[in-house]
Design a protein around this ligand. Sequence first.
Ligand SMILES: Cc1cc2nc3c(=O)[nH]c(=O)nc-3n(C[C@H](O)[C@H](O)[C@H](O)COP(=O)(O)O)c2cc1C
Ligand code: SF4
Length: 453
Amino acid sequence: MPVQERRIILKHVDQPDYTTDLDCYLRHGGYEVLRKALQSKPEELCQEVMKSGLRGRGGAGFSSGMKWNFLDRKSGKPIYLICNADESEPGTFKDRQIIHKDPHQLIEGIMVSCFAIQAKQAYIYIRGEFPLGARLLEKALDEARAKNFVGDNILGSGYSCDIVVHRGAGAYICGEETGLIESLEGKRPYPRIKPPFFPAVLGLYQCPTAVNNVETLCNVKHVIDMGGEAFSKIGKPNNTGTRILSVSGHVMKPGYYEFECGAITMGQLIDEVCGGLRPGRELKAIIPGGSSMKVLKAGERYKGKTKDGKEFEWGIRDIPLDFDSMLTAGSMAGSGGIIVMDDSTDMVEALANVNAFYAHESCGQCTPCREGSLWMNKISSRMSHGQARREDADLLESVAGQIAGRTICAFGEACAWPTQSFVDKFRDEFLAKADKSATPEATEPKRAAVPLI
Ligand SMILES: Cc1cc2nc3c(=O)[nH]c(=O)nc-3n(C[C@H](O)[C@H](O)[C@H](O)COP(=O)(O)O)c2cc1C
Ligand code: SF4
């Protein structure tokens, strides 16, 4: 049977008659879940989210119910909700589709979530490069306010809450939740040290704050609509619901697709959903969850054990697309951005490309990341410009090893993991690059994109 998408979040997206107008949203049952939620007890809604097993779609895959449980409700301070619409991880383009094509779904998800955690003020932090998204959200918010779905005494419930759209200035680190909070407070987005600055306790304006991804908040709407128990049956245990996958790279039909978590394998995604690789090409590597996740190499075998102790072994095409399976394969599902590379890919070039991004985006606050990301960029850039040396592979690994685990925020891992996994898995190519650079007939131009070291 051909693999079928299971569209819950993207149900109406791309339907010919579906628009971003409130009237259209209402015709499709819009804001009914908010109406229902307002008649429930907030703590019951939180319990439903817990029961659903929903995990965050922003990158780490942390339990959304647990995150809300951590909110410091006893402090007496106001509680804030921030919708993380920064979508800055390279290879990820799912939140943008929701914002551009179904903004009211997001607003309803935010309002249901705000009521559940009793936030009186929410923010949508949207990246600076999404001006259209920001305008569409502003328009949708005006419509929602006019119909009293947002604002004072919502639908006569006595509950009031507003949403502000805040545009970032276009920095990757503003996607990291504490950097985002600093930016929202009007400061340079230097991530905060955790502990003590866990947003659930000391977040925006030092108040308890829930930071959730766009797709996560849309899911909350559906959890409350169908009930936590029913939601937990979608997907597989500990990997519930659907996942929107953004697929890019060397496939015939790149794009965004929504599937039940774990319902299809990587091979099915590439060959059946995305129309296969380009003609005559072989699979070489896949980055499975946005550019910061460890690369997977075609031909690798991944071994694991099921809950009942049965041993199994997968190839790259056998990996089921869910959070836990990706961990078994030694990487992470991250933001759901899947980058496919065929055998035409020069892995040194590919790493140089990734490293240029991270060197540009390091906030510079801590030395290992600021200096290390720059060095990795210089080395890989030099290698890809005809000046590779045999010791470069070790040098890259050594630099990356001194970043990961030694920084204030997880950007350290995000920039070290690509280098560590590329060099580890494609060492031959890195060494061959050096040998090629050493030959007199080296064809690559001997020039440096960044100053040489
Ligand atoms: C460097 C870095 C960049 C991040 N960028 C994003 C992003 O663009 N969007 C996002 O939702 N989460 C991003 N995250 C994760 C957030 O810090 C946070 O965990 C997430 O928004 C929580 O939402 P969730 O629980 O719904 O996944 C990033 C994390 C790091 C370390
Ligand atoms: S790890 Fe990098 S991005 Fe994060 S705080 Fe340190 S310098 Fe900034």
